[in-house]
Design a binder for this molecule. Sequence first.
Ligand SMILES: NC(=O)C[C@H](N)C(=O)O
Length: 336
Amino acid sequence: MRKRIYVAYTGGTIGMRPSSQGYVPAPGFLSDTLKKMPEFHRPEMPEFTLHEYDNLIDSSDMDPTDWQRIADDIAGNYNDYDGFIILHGTDTMSYTASALSFMLEDLGKPVIVTGSQIPLAELRSDGQVNLLNALYIAANFPIAEVSLFFNNRLLRGNRSRKVDADGFNAFESPNFAPLLEAGINIRLKAGELATDTDTPLTVSPVTAQPIGMVSLYPGISAEVIKNTLQQPVNALILLSYGVGNAPQNPALIAQLNYARDREIPVVNCTQCLRGRVNMGGYATGHGLREAGVISGSDMTPEAALAKLHYLLSKSMPYDALQTQLAANIRGELTQD
Ligand SMILES: NC(=O)C[C@H](N)C(=O)O
C-alpha cells in the first residue's frame, strides 16, 4: 500500500514567483507547478495531499500564532496520514522546527520541515530535490520527530540553524549528528525509525512571549541589560562568549541578580556555533552561575527561544521552569 503524506504549504521561496518588489508567495502557484512535474507522481512515490494555507507568507513574517496553526493542522490530520511535510521559508525555518518539536507531544510519525533557496518553478531550483526527498523519506524512513530536510541531509529540527544566506547547504546541526543522509543510498545516522504510531498526539499550545535576547559584546553597558529586562519581558536569552563567559562588571551582574529576584529566567547560550556552555570553566562564567543564570548547554538560540515559548505558555512555577530549561526535553541539548 502506498503511504499517504500530508503536505502543508505555509509560504516561503519554494512556491514564490517574482514581483516588482522581489519574490512573493502566490496562491495556487505551487500546486500548479507540482502538477507539471511527473517525478512527484511516479509509483515509487507516496501519495500526497497538498494543503495550501489561505495566507501564504514569507517566513520572516512568522510568529507563534503561525506555529500554533501548523501544529493544529498536523493534529487535525494526524490519524489520516503516515507523515507530514511542512513547506516553509528558510529564514525562520529553524525557529518553527524547534517550536513544533516542543509543541507536538507524543509524536509518533515523521514531521519534516523543508523549503528551498530558489523557487520550485525556476531553473536550478533546490526545491525539487528537497521536496522529493522529504516525501520519499517520510514514507520510507519514518523518524518520529520534527526534522528539517535540506541539501540531502535530515537534521533534528531543534538542533538546526540557518548558516548560509544564499548557498544551497543553508542549514547546519552544529552540535548533533544528522538524523539521515541521502546520497546514492539513504543512510540512517543519528535517527531511529518509528515503531509505535498508535499513541495519540496532543498539542501544547503556545502564545507569544516577550522574551529578550542580548548578544554580549566588548564594552556592553549594564544599561543594555537593564533596559532589556524592563516589563513586560519575562525571560532573557544571554548570548555569551565561548563556554559561557561574560564581563565581570558588577553593574552587569547586579542586573542578572535583579532578574533572578523578579523570577525572570536568564538562559546562557554561547555565541559560538559549536560547543557548549560550561559556567564552571572560567571565573567570568562562574559569576553568571552565581547570579542564577541557567546553562543552555549546546542549545541553539532558536531552540532556546522556542523552548521558552513552550514552557512560559504552561505558566509553571519559577523553580520548575528553571529545571525544565536546563533539562533535555526533546533532544535539544546535551545534558552533563
Ligand atoms: N529561501 C526562503 O524561503 C527565504 C524567504 N525569505 C522565506 O524565508 O520565506
